[in-house]
Design a protein around this ligand. Structure first.
Ligand code: ZN
Length: 174
């Protein structure tokens, strides 16, 4: 297992639409292991393959947030089948958008159809934190980010700030 480098805003790869997986072979299983390793390393509770630059519809999640009580979940080709009218609200951060938290209201429960790591078709009813988290990750698969929930002005400010940070990091004096 390997901790992979995360890609961050404004990297255009984050805007790509990820593709469905046709079969789960050795390569896909290794990718899933690397996604878990990378997510736990960065203390995230969810990660989509595109966040390490791979445009495949694979998501890993673990909303337990405690190292001694891990509950790893993997969703391949996830599809939202139902969303509740009732909403819940969380302050969401994103491993691809450092130091940014945005309050977002999303459906409180959702029904997800997906394929598990053994290639079996499954359904899962998700609520509260799990519901928000999986919707956030499915957004990644479609190239959508939490900053898209903001007005254009606020969004541009965040992108500008993060672009500057990146330039400063790369600047060297020799
Ligand atoms: Zn994210």
């Amino acid at each position: 297992m390997t901790v992979k480098k995360l890609i961050t805003v404004p990297d255009e790869a984050l805007r790509k639409k990820s593709q469905d997986i046709q079969k789960i072979g050795r390569e896909e299983k290794k990718l899933i292991q690397n996604l878990f390793e990378t997510m736990y390393h960065h203390k995230g509770i969810g990660l989509a393959a595109i966040q390490i630059g791979i445009p495949k519809r694979i998501i890993v999640l673990d909303v337990m947030q405690k190292d001694d009580q891990r509950k790893p979940l993997c969703f391949i080709n996830p599809v939202i089948k139902n969303l509740s009218n009732e909403k819940s609200k969380y302050e969401e951060g994103c491993l691809s958008i450092p130091n940014t938290f945005i309050e977002i209201e999303r459906p409180k429960t959702c029904l997800i159809e997906y394929i598990d790591i053994d290639g079996k078709k499954k359904n899962m009813n998700c609520d509260n934190l799990l519901s928000t988290c999986i919707q956030h990750e499915i957004n990644h698969l479609d190239g959508k980010l939490i900053i898209d929930f903001l007005s254009k002005l606020k969004k541009d400010l965040i992108i500008k700030k993060l672009s500057k940070t990146r330039q400063n990091t790369d600047r060297i004096v020799v």
